[in-house]
Design a protein around this ligand. Structure first.
Ligand SMILES: [Zn+2]
Length: 364
C-alpha cells in the first residue's frame, strides 16, 4: 500500500482519515531507523495535494480531491513533492554546519520562527501546506517550546508531520497534540519480496533482506550502491577485531573515530550500527539460535567470537553501543563517548590471565 513495505496498519489509518476528510493537523510518525517514516510523510503530502486520477483498487477516481486516499505519484504535484521542489511541502531538519558546535544545537528556535512565518501564509501551489520535521527529536528545548505554541493554535491548511525514532525526547505536550502512527520493522520475507520486485536478483535479494533485518531503506540503498556493502564489511571486520585490541589501541581508535564523527557523523553512526548488528549476532549464536543471525555471510567469524568471548561482556557491549548512540545524540563529547565505549568492548582473554600469567604446571 502506497508503495511502502510492511506498513499496512499505518497506511490504512492515514488513508482512512483522508477518505473521511479528517486529516489531523499534526502527525507523529514513530518507528525504528530506515523503515520508511520519511517516505510515508512524503506520501501523505502527495495524497493531500494530488491532482491525478488514481482509481483505487479498480474503483473510479474520487471526484472530490480532498477525499483522495492514495497519491497517484504521476501528476505534477506528486512529482514535484517526490523531487523535493513543491513550494508547499518542506522538510525541517538539522542545518548543515561547518562547526560541530553549530550542528550540536540541533533544530533551533530561529528555524521554528521562520516556520511560523511561512505557515501563516496560504499555500502557494496546492491545497495543503505540509511541514515535515525530521528528525523531530532534534528540536532543542527552546525550539520544542516555540513549536508547541504553533500546535496549540494550528494554522489552517497546514499539516505537520513529526518523524522520530525516539519519541521520548519530545515534550509530552507536543506528543499529546499529534496523532501518533507507529511504523514497524517489516519482516525479512517482505523486504526480500520488495527487493525482487525492484529487479534485485534472487540470491542477492535474499542476502540483503537478511542483512537488513527489516530496515527496508537500508536494503534499497545498498541494492543501489554496492560500495555501501563493502564499507559495511570493513566495519564488521573491525567489530570482530575489537576484542583483540589492547587498551592503547582502543584509545587510539576512539580518538580517530571521534575525529571522523566531527567530519561525517552519519558514517560513524552507520559503523556503530554495523557493530551492534555484529555483536547481537554473536549473542544470538551464544544462545544457540543460529537461524536468527543477520550476517549470514560471516558465520565462521561470528562463531569464532561466540566461542572465545564471555556472553555477559558481549551483552553489556550491545547495551553500551545503544547508550553511546544516545549520548552522541544528546551532544556529549564524542571522544569521551567513544573512549568509554571501546574500553567496554569484550576482551579475548580473561583479564586476570592477561596481567598475571598462571605458573606453568611442573612436569612430573
Ligand atoms: Zn498525484
Amino acid at each position: 500500500m502506497w508503495g511502502l513495505v510492511g506498513q499496512e496498519r499505518a497506511v490504512a489509518a492515514l488513508s482512512g482519515a483522508l477518505a473521511a476528510g479528517r486529516a489531523a493537523h499534526a502527525y507523529l510518525l514513530v518507528g525504528p531507523e530506515r523503515v520508511g517514516k520519511h517516505t510515508l510523510a512524503l506520501k501523505l503530502a502527495q495524497a493531500l495535494n494530488c491532482e491525478g486520477d488514481s482509481p483505487v483498487h479498480g474503483e473510479p477516481a474520487c471526484p472530490e480531491p480532498s477525499r483522495r486516499v492514495e497519491p497517484c505519484g504521476r501528476c505534477e504535484p506528486c512529482r514535484r513533492i517526490a523531487a523535493g521542489i513543491h513550494a508547499d511541502v518542506q522538510t525541517l531538519t538539522v542545518e548543515e554546519a561547518e562547526e560541530e558546535d553549530e550542528r550540536r544545537k540541533g533544530i533551533h528556535v530561529s528555524q521554528i520562527r521562520e516556520l511560523q512565518r511561512v505557515t501563516s501564509l496560504k499555500p502557494f501551489q496546492g491545497r495543503s501546506r505540509v511541514v515535515i520535521i525530521d528528525p523531530a527529536d532534534e528540536m532543542n528545548v527552546s525550539a520544542q517550546n516555540a513549536f508547541l505554541k504553533t500546535l496549540e493554535e494550528p494554522p489552517p491548511q497546514v499539516v505537520f508531520v513529526l518523524v522520530t525514532a525516539d519519541e521520548s525526547r519530545l515534550l509530552p505536550t507536543i506528543r499529546s497534540r499529534c496523532r501518533r502512527l507507529e511504523l514497524r520493522l517489516p519482516s525479512v520475507a517482505d523486504v526480500e519480496t520488495a527487493l525482487r520486485e525492484r529487479d534485485v536478483d534472487g540470491e542477492r535479494a535474499r542476502l540483503l533482506a537478511r542483512l537488513s533485518a527489516g530496515r527496508i531503506g537500508w536494503a534499497l540503498e545498498v541494492a543501489a550502491d554496492p560500495s555501501l556493502l563493502e564499507r559495511r564489511r570493513e566495519s564488521l571486520s573491525q567489530a570482530g577485531a575489537l576484542a583483540s585490541m589492547s587498551v592503547a589501541q582502543r584509545l587510539e581508535l576512539a580518538e580517530r573515530l571521534a575525529q571522523e564523527y566531527r567530519r561525517r557523523p552519519e558514517e560513524l553512526l552507520a559503523q556503530m550500527e554495523a557493530w551492534r548488528d555484529w555483536w547481537r549476532d554473536v549473542l544470538i549464536l551464544q544462545a544457540g539460535a543460529e537461524d536468527g543471525v543477520a550476517n549470514v555471510d560471516r558465520l565462521p567469524d561470528l562463531r569464532r567470537d561466540a566461542a572465545r568471548l564471555r556472553r555477559d561482556e558481549v551483552a553489556a557491549f550491545v547495551r553500551a553501543l545503544q547508550e553511546a548512540r544516545r549520548y552522541l545524540g544528546e551532544n556529549a563529547q564524542p571522544r569521551l563517548v567513544m573512549e568509554t565505549l571501546l574500553l567496554e568492548a569484550p576482551r579475548e582473554a580473561p583479564r586476570r590471565a592477561a596481567v598475571r600469567p598462571q605458573p606453568a604446571p611442573s612436569a612430573e
